[in-house]
Ligand binder design. Structure first.
Ligand code: NAD
Ligand code: MG
Length: 384
């Protein structure tokens, strides 16, 4: 039996993880969960899975839970409780599924434990890739990606001794809800339109990132770190059906891809399995009549891709600046302060104006994040 700590249990990835655990109760045990505010969902999860610990990040929600809940699990809150929980010897697998930069704290601690991390929170790698990967290497922590494209690459590389024989890796992008639209047609799209992803049902931040294609750029940076390859090996390709999740081409001409219908439970089940594959209910691909298409990453979003490539090459504070600018821009769009196309302006201008610096520890990441957010908010103010 594997004991699991699920960080961000009440979110979209959290729900997919719970579904896989529920279908494999003889092998997987939900030992503890973390969440921000949604205590009614935490109650629901607790009734079904009886975790031993529930970490509630938001102070107010934590107090409310403590006074109102008849739950038998221990509710905890505060940084030292979070750290003690992550280091709890009973835990085998830590699933990093908090959304955004907020996921960094727990992921950075988890990287020091020597346990296995299943990583969904790409923002922690974009902002702290060097530090997290070096912590993981020195503590013996294994990181298995559950972002579908990275899990696909991971599966396509299985059995290879190294990445030395790889000639190219294609990261596929669905294209999001505005697949057929040029950038200049996106000025007046609404929140509702931007949040409506054609293939995946996800949290609001990543849904907007998919609509802007920032998600694919963050994934490029995530892939560079996780697979320790130069950005030149990666190509971003639009594949509207979201059936092929990534393709690895080897130098002998073989291309290996991983396919499934778009369902996050598939990469999660793969990453949660040890020697054998887990059983889950899934919707089979209907291969007869299946039409798969592939298009270039849109020319009018190349500037964004180039920034991501620059982040891959420069490292240090560049990923923190990009991530902070994007988080401020997405939040401002969701609060009706800027239009959809102004998300790009906030990113480009913040990336241009914020001073790059060397980053060698987590504290400097938090400082640079605050500074970059202030710069991004200035840009929002100037254009809204
Ligand atoms: P979501 O918004 O649906 O859920 C986020 C979860 O994080 C919630 O449980 C929330 O309570 C929790 N949370 C937020 N702040 C917290 C904090 N400070 N401490 C503890 N918990 C906190 O997000 P999501 O769509 O599930 O995405 C989660 C992560 O997975 C993101 O980094 C996203 O990029 C990545 N990801 C998601 C998908 C997907 O299909 N949803 C696919 C690939 C990667
Ligand atoms: Mg993805």
């Amino acid at each position: 039996m594997k004991n699991i700590l699920l960080l961000g249990a009440t979110g979209s990835i959290g729900q997919s993880v719970l579904s896989v655990i529920d279908q494999n109760k003889d092998l997987l045990n939900l030992y503890a969960i973390t969440l921000d505010k949604n205590i009614s969902k935490a109650e629901e999860i607790s009734k079904i899975f009886s975790p031993d610990y529930i970490y509630i990040n938001c102070e107010k929600s934590f107090s409310k839970f403590n006074t109102e809940s008849k739950n038998k699990a221990s509710a905890i809150n505060g940084s030292s409780d979070l750290s003690n929980l992550i280091f709890d010897d009973n835990i085998d697998i830590i699933i990093s599924a908090v959304s955004g930069f907020a996921g960094l704290e727990a992921t950075a601690i988890a990287a020091k434990t020597g346990k296995t991390i299943l990583l969904a929170n790409k923002e922690s790698i974009v902002t702290a890739g060097e530090i997290i990967l070096s912590s993981a290497a020195s503590s013996g922590t294994t990181i298995i990606p559950i972002d579908s494209e990275h899990n696909a690459i991971f599966q396509c590389l299985a059995g290879e001794k190294s990445t030395n024989d790889v000639s190219k890796i294609i990261i596929t992008a669905s294209g999001g809800p505005f697949l057929d639209k040029k950038l200049d047609e996106l000025k007046n799209v609404t929140k509702e339109e931007a949040l409506k992803h054609p293939n995946w049902s996800m949290g609001s931040k990543i849904s907007i990132d998919s609509a802007t294609l920032v998600n694919k750029c963050l994934e490029l940076i995530e892939a560079k770190y996780l697979f320790d390859l130069d950005e030149k090996f990666f190509e971003l390709v639009v594949h509207p059906q979201s059936i092929i999740h990534s393709i690895v081409t080897y130098r002998d001409g073989s291309s290996i891809c991983q396919m499934s219908n778009p369902d996050m439970r598939v990469p999660i089940a793969h990453a949660l399995s040890n020697e054998r594959r887990l059983n889950i209910n899934f919707n089979e691909i209907n291969f007869s009549g299946l039409n798969l298409s592939f298009n270039d990453f849109p020319e009018d979003r190349k500037k964004l891709e180039n920034i991501a490539r620059e982040v891959c090459n420069k490292g240090h504070s560049s990923g923190i600046i990009l991530n902070a600018a994007n988080e401020v821009a997405v939040d401002s769009f969701l609060h009706d302060e800027i239009s959809f196309s102004q998300i790009y302006d906030v990113i480009y201008r913040t990336f241009d104006t914020t001073t790059m610096s060397n980053i060698n520890d987590i504290e400097s990441i938090y400082e640079k994040d605050i500074e970059s957010r202030m710069e991004a908010k200035k840009v929002v103010k100037s254009i809204s």
